[in-house]
Design a binder for this molecule. Structure first.
Ligand code: GLN
Length: 454
C-alpha cells in the first residue's frame, strides 16, 4: 500500500467520524496528500525509514508551518504558525504525513477536553464519556482509528490519562528528552511531548523520531541517541515491580482496582515479582502541582497580549484597555482561573508561603521516587482513579477534575518517564489503563515491560 492510499483512507475515516467525535481542529487533505506523495517517492527510491509515509495526528499545541495552530484557544484561533516545532520538523524529516491537528483542552489545561474553545471531544468507546485530557483529541483519533498514531504533551498527566480513558498507549518521556521548541508552553518545567499509539512498539518507533538534543530548548538533554526498539523482546523474569502502598490504600474505584490486580497477576505469570514501596509524599503531588503549574502558566501566558499575534479585541480605548479586553475575550474560564492562581502564588507576600514551599515539596516527592527505585525497576498502579466520566460530570467542580491526575502528577513533578497501557475494561465497559513509571531514561525498559504484556 502506498502512502497516498493509506493517507486517503485515514482522511476518509476522519471525514466520516470526526463530526461525531470532534477529535480534529484542522484537517488539510491537500497538505497531507502532498506529504504522502513525497513519502512515496522516498519509498520508491529506498530512502524510507520506519515512519516514512505514515500519517501522524499532531496535537494542536505543536506549531506547524502554514497550519492553523490554536492550542485549543480562541486566543490563537487565527494563528497560522510561521515555523515548525522541533517535533514537527523531525516527523517531516522522517517523511511522516501530518494528517491533521487534534483538539485539546485550552492551553493543555484540563483532564477532559471540555475546556477547548472548539468544543468537547467524545470518547469513541462511549460518546457520553470524556476522552480525558488535555491530549483528548489525539487519544480519540488513535482509539477511533482516524490516525494510526498521534502526538501528545504531558504536564501533569495529559498523555497518560487520556490514553487510559481511551484504551490506547502513551508515554511521557523523561523531562528534557523531547524538545519543547515550538510546543506552546504551559508549565515549562513540567511540559514534555510524547507519542500516543495502539502499541508499545509503535510508541518506540515514534520515540526514535521524536527524541534527541535540540539546542533551541534550553532544557533539552545532550545524550547519545538510543534505539527504543532494542529491548522490546526481552523476557521479564526477575523484573521487580514496586507497588506504592499509598496508591492502593484509597481513592481508586473498585473496577479500576480489579483490572489493575488482574494485570499485576499477568506480570507475575511473566516472571516479575511485585513488592511494596512507599511514596510517602504522594498525597502532596496534586496541591504542589496546582501551585507550580499555574505559577509557570501565568508567566508563560503573559505573551498573549493581542499585540504580536493571536486575538485582538476590536474596540478599545488605549493600550492597557486593548491588553485587558483581548485577554478577557481570548482566554476561557479555566485558563483565567490558572492565571489568577499563578499570579497569586507568585505575588509579594505569598511567594514564600506557596511557591517556595511547593518547590521544596517537589524535591521531597522526587526523593520518594529515588528511594523507591533502589528497591524496584518500575512502579505500577492505575493511571487514573476511575474510568472515563461523563461529559459535564466534573466540569463545574475544578477540584474533582484536578484529582484525575492524582497518580500521574508525581512522575511529572519528579521529571520521570511515565506511561499508560490498556489493560481491560471497568464500569460501563469503559477502558482502564495501567500506569508504569520508570527511573530516569528507563523508557526502553518500560516499553519492554509494556510490550511483553500486550
Ligand atoms: N490535568 C492537568 C491540568 O489540568 C494536566 C494537564 C496536562 O498534563 N497538560 O493541568
Amino acid at each position: 500500500i502506498s502512502s497516498v492510499e493509506l493517507t486517503t483512507e485515514f482522511l476518509k475515516r476522519i471525514k466520516q467520524l470526526n463530526p461525531q467525535y470532534n477529535a480534529f481542529i484542522t484537517v488539510d487533505d491537500e497538505k497531507a496528500l502532498a506529504q504522502a506523495r513525497i513519502a512515496d517517492q522516498k519509498i520508491a527510491t529506498n530512502k524510507a525509514i520506519p515512519l516514512t509515509g505514515i500519517p501522524v495526528a499532531q496535537k494542536d499545541i505543536f506549531c506547524a508551518k502554514g497550519w492553523l495552530t490554536t492550542c485549543g484557544s480562541k486566543m490563537l484561533s487565527n494563528f497560522v504558525s510561521p515555523y515548525d516545532a522541533c517535533v514537527i520538523e523531525r516527523f517531516n524529516q522522517a517523511g511522516a504525513v501530518n494528517i491533521g491537528k487534534t483538539n485539546m483542552d485550552e492551553f493543555a489545561m484540563g483532564s477532559s477536553n471540555e475546556t477547548s474553545f472548539y468544543g468537547p471531544v467524545r470518547n469513541p468507546w462511549d460518546v457520553a464519556a470524556v476522552p480525558g485530557g488535555s491530549s483528548g483529541g489525539s487519544a480519540c483519533a488513535v482509539a477511533a482509528r482516524m490516525a494510526p498514531v498521534a502526538t501528545g504533551t504531558d504536564t501533569g498527566g495529559s498523555i497518560r490519562q487520556p490514553a487510559a480513558l481511551c484504551g490506547i498507549s502513551g508515554i511521557k518521556p523523561t523531562y528534557g528528552t523531547v524538545s519543547r521548541y515550538g510546543m506552546i508552553a504551559f508549565a515549562s518545567s513540567l511540559d514534555q511531548g510524547g507519542p500516543m499509539a495502539k502499541s508499545a512498539e509503535d510508541l518506540a518507533l515514534m520515540l526514535n523520531v521524536m527524541t534527541g538534543f535540540d539546542a533551541r530548548d534550553s532544557t533539552s538533554l545532550q545524550r547519545e541517541t538510543e534505539d527504543y526498539m532494542r529491548n522490546l523482546e526481552k523476557p521479564l523474569s526477575g523484573l521487580r515491580i514496586g507497588l506504592p502502598k499509598e496508591y492502593f490504600a484509597e481513592g481508586m474505584s473498585s473496577d479500576v482496582e480489579k483490572a489493575v490486580e488482574q494485570a499485576l497477576g499477568e506480570y507475575r505469570k511473566l516472571g516479575a515479582e511485585t513488592l511494596e514501596v512507599s511514596l510517602a509524599n504522594s498525597s502532596l503531588s496534586i496541591p504542589v502541582y496546582y501551585v507550580l503549574a499555574p505559577a509557570e502558566a501565568s508567566s508563560n501566558l503573559s505573551r498573549f497580549d493581542g499585540v504580536r499575534y493571536g486575538h485582538r479585541a476590536k474596540a478599545y480605548e488605549n493600550l492597557g484597555d486593548m491588553y485587558r479586553k483581548s485577554r478577557a475575550e481570548g482566554f476561557g474560564a479555566e485558563v483565567k482561573r490558572r492565571i489568577l492562581i499563578g499570579t497569586y502564588v507568585l505575588s509579594h507576600g505569598y511567594y514564600d508561603a506557596y511557591y517556595i514551599k511547593a518547590q521544596k515539596l517537589r524535591r521531597l516527592i522526587a526523593e520518594d521516587f529515588k528511594r523507591a527505585f533502589t528497591h524496584c525497576d518500575v512502579i505500577m498502579g492505575p493511571t487514573a482513579p476511575t474510568v472515563a466520566f461523563d461529559i459535564g460530570e466534573k466540569s463545574s467542580d475544578p477540584i474533582q477534575m484536578y484529582l484525575s491526575d492524582i497518580y500521574t502528577s508525581g512522575a511529572s513533578l519528579a521529571g520521570l518517564p511515565g506511561m499508560s497501557i490498556p489493560i481491560g475494561f471497568g464500569e460501563k465497559n469503559r477502558p482502564v489503563g495501567l500506569h508504569i513509571v520508570g527511573n530516569y531514561f528507563a523508557e526502553a525498559r518500560m516499553l519492554n515491560v509494556a510490550h511483553q504484556y500486550q
